[in-house]
Design a binder for this molecule. Structure first.
Ligand SMILES: [Zn+2]
Length: 131
């Protein structure tokens, strides 16, 4: 581990962890990420994310779930996973969980949304932080 302040990550640190997570996905998942862009923003912008009472809003995705996407729909704007530095850092600090783990679960959670999994299924897979 680095000597940096662990709970004061930069956007670049979070993005690097997220890209690392994508790099280590199983092959089947990796195909889903071919048209995927990962962004990091400081805080959520009002009104941009789906309301998710069950989710801590530490990340969200922009795009159409594969479940809802027509097979004939051409690739257009790439899907995006947006990670939120402030909420992620605060949750890591409050929960005592390593930043890497928090980012990993956020990425997997948003990928699961992209695939169209339910929160129930995500909970089984461990892709949700329980309160
Ligand atoms: Zn969710």
């Amino acid at each position: 581990m680095s000597e940096d302040k662990p709970h004061d990550p930069t956007n670049a640190t979070i993005k690097a962890i997220a890209l690392d997570v994508l790099d280590t996905l199983p092959e089947e998942f990796r195909r889903l990420t071919e048209n995927l862009v990962v962004c990091v923003e400081d805080e959520v912008r009002a009104g941009i994310y789906r309301s998710e009472p069950e989710c801590r809003v530490m990340a969200y995705y922009v795009g159409t779930s594969l479940k809802d996407r027509s097979v004939s729909q051409p690739y257009g704007w790439p899907d995006q996973i947006v990670l939120l530095e402030g909420p992620i850092a605060r949750f890591a600090e409050a929960s005592g969980k390593p930043l890497e783990e928090v980012v990993r679960i956020c990425v997997l959670h948003e990928l699961a949304h992209l695939v169209g999994l339910t929160h129930e299924r995500m909970r089984e897979l461990g892709y949700i932080f329980d309160a």
